[in-house]
Design a protein around this ligand. Sequence first.
Ligand SMILES: Cc1cc2nc3c(=O)[nH]c(=O)nc-3n(C[C@H](O)[C@H](O)[C@H](O)COP(=O)(O)OP(=O)(O)OC[C@H]3O[C@@H](n4cnc5c(N)ncnc54)[C@H](O)[C@@H]3O)c2cc1C
Length: 400
Amino acid sequence: MTQSAAASDARPVEHYDILVMGAGPAGAAAALTAARHGMSVALIDRRRFPRDKLCGGGITGRCAAALERLLGHPLPGHLAEERGTFEFHAHGASLGTVDGVPPIHLTTRRAFDTYLQSTAIAAGADDRSGQKPTGIDPGKCRVTLDSGATLEGRILIGADGVASTTARSLFGRAYDPHQVGFAMEVEAPPEQDTPDRVRIDFGAAEWGYGWHFPKSGSATIGVGGLHGRNPEMRAALETYLRGLGVDPSMQKVKGAFLPFGAFRRIPGHGRVLLAGDAAGLVDPITGEGLAHAIDSGRMAAEAATEALAEDRPETALPLYRKSLGPIHGALRHARALRLVIYAPPLKAGFIRAFRDSRTLRHDYLRMLGGQREYADIMAALLRRLPRHLSRSLLAPARAH
Ligand SMILES: Cc1cc2nc3c(=O)[nH]c(=O)nc-3n(C[C@H](O)[C@H](O)[C@H](O)COP(=O)(O)OP(=O)(O)OC[C@H]3O[C@@H](n4cnc5c(N)ncnc54)[C@H](O)[C@@H]3O)c2cc1C
């Protein structure tokens, strides 16, 4: 980091190769990668760590692979618990139980995010957590903090989540309210009967689903889906909780927006790159965002490092966009497949196909495990759907 005189007050501007706004998984991944490449990097977050973040804490096989690419080793075992049995339900009916597929790991974001943020700091990133940005000038890659400091980067990576201030400074808004998702969760006491089973309920929300993630100290239970299709999400959560035998009045409910398939085709502008939720990189079927946040943060830092090595910071954005190609492709496929899974005329057919096809259930979980792509699921589903759809139309199921 170097310093130069500020234009208007006595405190000098602090110069870095890369500024990272937001120290969640995307920002920590970016800062860690940049620091390991020898860049000077400031990792800014308005919150001090450890801090909570509303999330199921589901680490899929895809996410575990992204973590290993980032860290160079698997996530330390004490940060996550393995779950290998999955139950699927819709509208109170069981669609089947699956095991013998890639397991999922469950974590708490308080511990997980603190681990990633502190790993980035240990690698050399400058810790600017607990300081709120009061101004951002994307043209200069300059950020002013409420501590009075002014930081300037040659490149700025905006990883400040779904309501990204960085994205707003570039585009006027962080997300499209018609396409954003919304989810509500509670941390309930752990269940005694089936403490190790992850449960997914396709009927719990419109254009979304419900989940029950059993952890050792608590069960994270939530519902989420397209915000515009779920004006009564709190009522949907309460119904879901009652169905699981959990008294809603005893729970502290929290809600948060999340991107739901509307990713930014061009993830930034000028010398500013957006990563993770700030770039809209959340799966619109599963709501999974951790894997893409970690991969995109790493890729943004790699593109920035390459561009700065050639002293051409303006080339970082096209380099980054190119490396995001496979993630954008997967999200496009997911958006198309979402119509088959969640659109009212097709949903009943999907639920029947899912109930009747062990292969489809396994494919779905292998997709979460990173062993199948959406294109494979789409092909498998399209082979089965006509039969199930015609049966649904002749004898409508309870799913609408
Ligand atoms: C209810 C719910 C359940 C979910 N469950 C799962 C799940 O089980 N598995 C999964 O993979 N994904 C899940 N997701 C999605 C996942 O939480 C996100 O995709 C993921 O957190 C994105 O990481 P990120 O680093 O981009 O953003 P975030 O994790 O949101 O981190 C952004 C960081 O930026 C900071 N920040 C925000 N504004 C500013 C600012 N102006 N200045 C400085 N710092 C700022 C914040 O304090 C935060 O630390 C869930 C989401 C929700 C809402």
